[in-house]
Write a protein that binds this ligand. Sequence first.
Ligand SMILES: [Zn+2]
Length: 460
Amino acid sequence: MTRDAGGPVAAGAEHNEEAMTSDTPTAFALRGTIVDCGPAAGPRVGDEALRVTEDGALIIDNGRIVARGPAGEILREDSAHLPVHDYRDCLLIPGLIDSHIHYPQTDIIASYGEHLLAWLERYTFPAEAAFADADLARETADFFLAELFRNGTTTAMVMGTSHARSADIIFEAARREGMRLVAGKVMMDRNCPEAIQDTAESGYRESRELLERWHGVDRLAYAITPRFAPTSSEAQLEATARLAREFPDAYVHTHLAENRKEVAWVGELFPEARSYLDVYDRYGLVRERSMYAHCIYLDDTDRRRMAEAGAAVAFSPTSNTFLGSGLLDYRATREAGIRTGLATDVGGGCSFSMLRTASEAYKVSCLNDTPLSATSLLHLATRGSAEAMDIGDRVGHLDPGMEADVVVLDPAATPLTARRSARATLEETLFALFFLGDDRHVAATFVGGRNAHPERGPAP
Ligand SMILES: [Zn+2]
């Protein structure tokens, strides 16, 4: 089964105008205000373009968007017979894309205090060691995906633990949901508890087996996932280099320059490297389809190198302020020409909501004299993340031909946002939803044309 061959589409809906039966066609329409981002005019903050269709409609067939336009034009003639999910008071936006998150850290979200290295020791490593229990991993994976969908997140780049099963389990769960997901088993063979260490040999072998099992299956892709330079020996980094060479279309997913003490430690561990980025570069890991979370402490040479190599940044503002790591210079990152996505980095980040995470990106950028508009924030959380993950031709906007990952946002879901949006322009409403909105405002989450929200929207 491949998802492209057609996943199941929502059948039966409270918004339907007609009862659906088992032979209901897989096509349906969504009606509402369509809001997404067009291609950016350039690499700078502010170059993004907002596209709005008031009272618009999307026709979805077989998991893809096949038509888009004003409802009055789209919902007639050929489409007149289709079931319509009517969200005329809501916004239809592209599924939100989380470019860096850890599913095994779901249960340590919002744990008290401490900076990165202490936080890893005290919370992360014990939580990840508990994933030796595959039942716990399975139960967590199901909860994790439901929480993503509840928050309107339809695609994510996910770190597992060092247990190979942790990657199998998240892939199995994502495949059942028909979602687009990139994930990998963490590789780490030093500077962490023995219970969660692999070796250069086992890390290579298990990653390769997982990659061959999952990469390119349905909507799934594999990421070679060394945790970060301090927890991989030179032998393990050589093994990741080999994998990255052997599988050029697989992803590389890791952390970079998050915290000052971490950067200093990397300098001690790899004295021959020019910079932290250079450690990865020496092993061929700075390339197309490489995703680096954080990237706070980079210099201009690093940024130039990342841009030239086609490597991407996962901007993780909630995590960066929660762990006191620092402020990404988002403007410099973008102006260097580096593709940049938005990320929650749960559990270092303390919200699954990409709306809230975008509001934190606004605050962090504001502290760097670059306040971001509603358009910039929407772009970062959708099209920008998709381009950073090299899937911008499949998800991230709502043109015909794209996969039908669509989120319905209800501005009236709470009294305050109802009041705030009552007399606001569309752009003002969108901006306010980033700050005041959360999972309560997600009225439906369509993943590949199927409603995946655990509690709302048309029945699956
Ligand atoms: Zn992380």
